[in-house]
Design a protein around this ligand. Structure first.
Ligand SMILES: NC(=O)c1ccc[n+]([C@@H]2O[C@H](COP(=O)([O-])OP(=O)(O)OC[C@H]3O[C@@H](n4cnc5c(N)ncnc54)[C@H](O)[C@@H]3O)[C@@H](O)[C@H]2O)c1
Length: 272
């Protein structure tokens, strides 16, 4: 198992929901440090609260936008100077901008398509940023190895780092989520590619696909939709708790035998 006390992590979207639960879980499991990234002011309070609970300064807050490249650079540089290089990343910051892909106006009978700027915004946050925070983590480990003169990773070397992406059951396609589903499906490709490339430096990559989880993202959904369309199609008949998904991510980080994709979906059966 991975020794978490040697791990320096960056978790984006950590002020809320699944990523906040993950910060707490990794803190409990003894991770050395986590840079908690979010554009919400709440990130400071989350870090204070969890640090107080742990009795040590395990979480360091970073307020900013994950799509901002200069901010990303600052976070990695700062984590390196404080803790000696990031090894682990869960780029969890994500947004939904749900709307039907093609809609016909009943009055004008004209068809309109999903707003392209909105589509690109969802791609920028959920896909491009997630991929780049992950690649920056691989780069951080690669540099640490190069600095120590280590070459290609060998099975006798310890695993040096890991990335766990957060996909979604929507990656299989979900009505009203053309942009969100596209980004979550695309993360499969990013993760599978990094899994092949980054092991050169001893870094693993994997993806977890959560089902509907009780976070602000899902609480913002229409209550009737939730009760009539979602819960009846979920074997467990309830929303997942963020702690349950956090546990699955933690398992993927800790156990190097786990690769590829893990479906933490509460038995979700998508409609046609
Ligand atoms: N809740 C679910 O049912 C569910 C299911 C499957 C996958 N997911 C995925 O899990 C991840 C976490 O979702 P959640 O439900 O915990 O969401 P959430 O809305 O509770 O938290 C997301 C966090 O990301 C932050 N964020 C969003 N855009 C940002 C940006 N540009 N820069 C910095 N921070 C930003 C928000 O401020 C927020 O704190 C997301 O990637 C989401 O797509 C969620």
């Amino acid at each position: 198992m991975v020794d978490l006390s040697k791990r320096v992590a960056v978790i984006t979207g950590g002020a809320s929901g699944i990523a906040r639960a993950l910060c707490r879980q990794l803190g409990r499991e003894g991770v050395r440090a986590i840079g908690v990234v979010d554009f919400s002011d709440a990130v400071d309070g989350v870090c204070r609260e969890v640090n107080a609970e742990m009795g040590r300064e395990v979480l360091a807050p970073f307020r900013g936008d994950v799509t901002d490249r200069a901010f990303r650079r600052r976070v990695f540089d700062d984590m390196k100077s404080r803790y000696g290089g990031v090894t682990t990343c869960v780029p969890a910051a994500g947004i939904t901008r749900d709307a039907i892909a093609v809609r016909v106006d009943k009055e004008t009978r004209r068809a309109s398509v999903y707003d392209q700027d909105t589509f690109e915004k969802v791609v920028a946050v959920n896909l491009t940023a997630a991929a780049y925070w992950a690649m920056e983590t691989v780069a951080s480990v690669a540099e640490q190895r190069a600095a120590s003169g280590a070459g290609r990773w060998k099975p006798t070397d310890p695993i040096a780092g890991e990335v766990v992406f957060i996909g979604s059951i929507s990656s299989l396609g979900n009505k009203g989520q053309v942009s969100y589903a596209a980004t979550k499906a695309a993360l499969e490709g990013v993760s599978a590619t990094l899994a092949k490339e980054a092991i050169f430096y001893g870094v693993r990559s994997a993806i977890v696909h959560p089902g509907f989880t009780d976070t602000p993202m899902v609480r913002a959904m229409d209550r009737d939709l939730l009760e009539q369309q979602i819960l009846p199609r979920t074997q467990l008949g309830r929303l997942l708790q963020p702690e349950e998904v956090a546990e699955a991510i933690c398992f993927m980080i800790k156990n190097p035998a786990v690769t590829g994709s893990l479906w933490a979906d509460a038995g979700w059966h998508p409609p046609a």
